[in-house]
Design a binder for this molecule. Structure first.
Ligand SMILES: Nc1nc(=O)c2c([nH]1)NC[C@@H]1CN(c3ccc(C(=O)N[C@@H](CCC(=O)O)C(=O)O)cc3)CN21
Ligand SMILES: O=c1ccn([C@H]2C[C@H](O)[C@@H](COP(=O)(O)O)O2)c(=O)[nH]1
Length: 283
């Protein structure tokens, strides 16, 4: 939480105004922010200076791991976060690759689970790394990447948090996650939860201790219509101690994740928070 607030304050104090063509809005922007989460100690990085919809964030992550490409599937899991990008973005609505309502195209999980090979067939990056890590193998390339420039034109949005690298040091698993673009008031609140939960889940499934998750962000920004709420409301609040995340210990395999896991298999203990803040969302 301290790292999050420090980044928000840095944006307010040192951010530069940058025009964004895609949304037509200006953003206060800084480059490079690195956060570290102690997953082994279960210090769940949930924002306490406003109410956080953590189930929605975890649902988004599970949807990526299942390879979902439809906002309807995300809704069914428990999050509406892809509705706007799938159904309200003018450029995507006019894109010939869009197959209909709620289609997101070849984004995130599609690349993670079904990366198209030029010579035919697909690659399941997640299955490969889970199989390796379960056998104690770290080939120094245990990477899940959603970043496929050759297919950007076939999806509604380029992935923001796009690459996750797992590292096994003896019996402890670490994660380094890389994010190219970060909406600090909205997206980051979810992304912190996702990085933490991804390491906790994969460590549990592959039978290792969870260590540290490193979250490396390049372009961190606040949209112009979010600045006042951040500066005058959220940053005036005192944070509470972090809560803890509990994951159902019966989740033991990728197949479990794919078949029966719901948001009821996740619990947060000791979450104290301030009032919700509704930040404007830019499509
Ligand atoms: N401009 C923008 N910012 C983002 O953070 C973002 C995108 N676009 N597009 C793709 C995904 C979708 N994400 C989203 C979308 C919506 C919320 C959101 O509205 N959050 C509210 C309510 C959440 C709820 O009720 O479940 C919040 O207060 O956190 C958060 C992340 C993150 N990503
Ligand atoms: O997980 C996510 C997904 C998206 N975002 C934010 C970052 C940007 O504000 C937009 C994406 O716009 P681009 O023009 O493609 O950079 O969505 C996020 O913070 N986290």
């Amino acid at each position: 939480m301290k790292q999050y607030l420090a980044l928000c304050q840095r944006l307010i104090d040192q951010g530069e105004w940058i025009e964004n063509k895609r949304t037509g809005k200006r953003c206060l922007t800084v480059i490079n922010a690195n956060m570290t989460y102690d997953v082994g100690q279960n210090q769940f990085p949930m924002v306490t200076t406003r109410k956080t919809f953590w189930k929605s964030a975890i649902a988004e992550l599970i949807g990526y791991l299942r390879g979902y490409d439809s906002a309807a599937d995300f809704r069914q899991l428990g999050t509406k976060t892809w509705d706007a990008n799938a159904n309200l973005n003018e450029a995507w609505l006019n894109n010939p690759y869009r197959t209909g309502d709620d289609d997101m195209g070849r984004v995130y999980g599609v690349q993670g689970r079904r990366w198209s090979k030029p010579d035919g067939g697909h690659i399941d990056q997640l299955k490969k790394l889970i199989d390796n890590l379960s056998q104690g193998i770290d080939d120094r390339g245990e990477i899940l990447t959603f970043y496929n420039p050759g297919e950007f034109h076939m999806g509604c949005l380029r992935p923001c948090m796009h690459t996750h690298t797992f590292s096994l040091l003896n019996d402890t698993l670490h994660l380094t996650s890389y994010q190219r673009s970060c909406d600090v008031p909205l997206g980051l609140v979810f992304n912190q939860i996702q990085v933490f939960t991804l390491l906790a889940l994969i460590a549990q499934i592959t039978g290792h201790k969870a260590g540290l998750a490193y979250h490396n962000i390049v372009n961190a920004h606040i949209y112009e219509d979010q600045v006042e709420l951040m500066r005058d409301v959220q940053l005036q609040r005192e944070p509470f101690d972090p809560p803890k995340l509990h994951i159902n210990p019966d989740i033991k395999s990728l197949e479990d994740l794919e078949t029966w896991v719901t948001m009821d298999d996740f619990e947060v203990e000791g979450y104290q928070h301030h009032e919700p803040i509704q930040y404007p969302f830019s499509v």
